[in-house]
Design a binder for this molecule. Structure first.
Ligand SMILES: Cc1cc2nc3c(=O)[nH]c(=O)nc-3n(C[C@H](O)[C@H](O)[C@H](O)COP(=O)(O)OP(=O)(O)OC[C@H]3O[C@@H](n4cnc5c(N)ncnc54)[C@H](O)[C@@H]3O)c2cc1C
Length: 393
């Protein structure tokens, strides 16, 4: 029977970071991964370029039932620390909008660097390894029975991520382990995910497929100003992905299609100037014609600006500044980037990531009830939480 000091389940972002840190401390680390390759999500992330962190990382960029939980780990292993790792490995990177940092070449650079350090510190990674049974023995050690044999160790790290993209190997395994040990798991849902539309809206907006518009999308809790993309299935784009993590079924979203304009004032000014333009021609300078046709009744589009009544201008401006849309659903875990919800943070130490109830059992990364915004925040959480656990296992 193999007896490493630490068993880590999941060779993704958080598991590999934890393995490196524990390995640096001289621990013998065994990582068990059921997929045929480590770090598959890293490879597919950021369109193949991995948005590995962000210049600005704040607790406000995370959703959790305990908003304070993430603070300590993010401070102790910050975006600057991960950037140090990236630079140590001479990985070329660049900044995009909102401080998002991406590899210049390929996400593979990040994975290769993680695997290189794993090798350097003697970490063993067993691929195609299925965990069949797991128990805590009377001597305090964990026994892990796998498709490749049995292991025991005093420290067990659950780093097996959330439920998004089952095709890439996502499983509810981490939640089941928590439940096995009586640890609370908050209900999960898909986050950073496109919306599908109600049948009528789907038909109405189908001609807009491919159009992207800079908008402010809001619900009761949050508001994001980014692009919205009309797709053949519904709505996507960064503003939609961001708000999706805060959305609950049945809720309507408000979309300001011209967040930098005051259309009521602009239309009234044009009317005062006696503009002979049709509304659709005037608005055509601001938004795609097809979008205007889908949003405004024909009679408004055909009106001459100079002849519009106050109430017409109010309706037109309101249609553009507060378009209300009730999505049908999200596309679900099939296309979601993350899982919202998960292992209760109050059951875990924010310093060590160790379970308060079960000594030696650690949870890191997305399996915890910590979900980042779009923009490199989810990987930063994986690096930070994995790093913290790596100091103690
Ligand atoms: C398409 C896509 C793009 C993304 N792009 C970005 C981005 O650019 N920036 C960003 O910050 N975040 C991004 N994310 C989110 C980010 O990938 C995750 O938040 C992050 O990988 C979570 O790290 P983790 O270690 O918790 O889990 P993962 O990286 O998912 O690793 C979990 C590992 O555990 C393994 N596993 C699961 N179940 C078992 C089991 N039963 N036994 C053994 N092994 C198991 C999995 O195969 C996997 O290798 C993206 C996600 C997706 C899906």
């Amino acid at each position: 029977m193999d007896k490493p000091d630490v068993i880590i389940i999941g060779a993704g972002a958080s598991g590999l970071m934890c393995a490196i840190e524990a390995g640096k401390r001289g621990r013998r680390v065994s990582v068990l991964e059921h997929a045929n390759k480590p770090g598959k999500k890293i490879l597919m992330s950021g369109g193949g370029r991995c948005n590995f962190t962000n210049y600005s990382v704040e607790p406000e960029n995370y959703i959790s039932r305990n908003p304070h939980f993430c603070k300590s780990a993010l401070r102790r292993f910050s975006q600057w620390d991960f950037l140090g790792f990236v630079q140590r490995h001479h990985i070329a990177f660049h900044e995009r909008l909102h401080g998002q940092l991406f590899c210049d070449d390929s996400a593979k650079d990040i994975l290769d660097a993680l695997l290189k350090e794993c090798r350097q510190y003697g970490v063993t990674i067993d691929l195609n390894c299925r965990v069949e049974r797991l128990e805590k023995q009377s001597n305090g050690n964990f026994l892990v029975q796998t498709s490749q044999g049995e292991l025991t160790s005093p420290a067990l790290v659950i780093a097996c991520g959330g439920l998004s993209i089952p095709k890439m190997g996502a499983t509810p395994f981490g939640y089941r382990v928590a439940e096995q040990f009586g640890i609370k798991v908050w209900p999960t849902r898909a986050g950073l995910v496109p919306f599908t539309l109600q049948p009528d809206d789907k038909q109405r907006f189908a001609p807009l497929t491919g159009i992207a518009v800079s908008c402010r999308v809001s619900n009761q809790q949050q508001s994001f100003k980014e692009n919205v993309l009309f797709t053949h299935r519904g709505l996507s784009g960064p503003a939609i992905l961001q708000i999706s993590s805060y959305w609950r079924p049945g809720e309507a979203l408000t979309v300001d299609l011209l967040p930098d304009e005051d259309m009521a004032r602009l239309l009234k000014d044009k009317r005062t100037q006696g503009s002979k333009l049709k509304i659709q021609n005037l608005l055509g300078d601001y938004l795609p014609k097809r979008l205007l046709q889908a949003l405004l009744e024909e009679r408004y589009l055909e009106m001459i600006v100079a002849n519009c009544a106050d109430k017409d201008l109010t309706v037109i401006a309101a249609s553009l500044h507060s378009w209300t849309i009730k999505p049908n659903a999200t596309e679900g875990y099939r296309t979601a980037e993350v899982t919202v919800g998960g292992v209760d943070c109050d059951a875990v130490s924010s310093k060590t990531m160790e379970s308060r109830q079960v000594p030696g059992l650690y949870f890191v990364g997305e399996v915890l009830d910590v979900t980042g915004w779009l923009g490199g925040y989810n990987f930063q959480w994986a690096w930070s939480s994995g790093w913290c656990a790596g100091q103690y296992v």
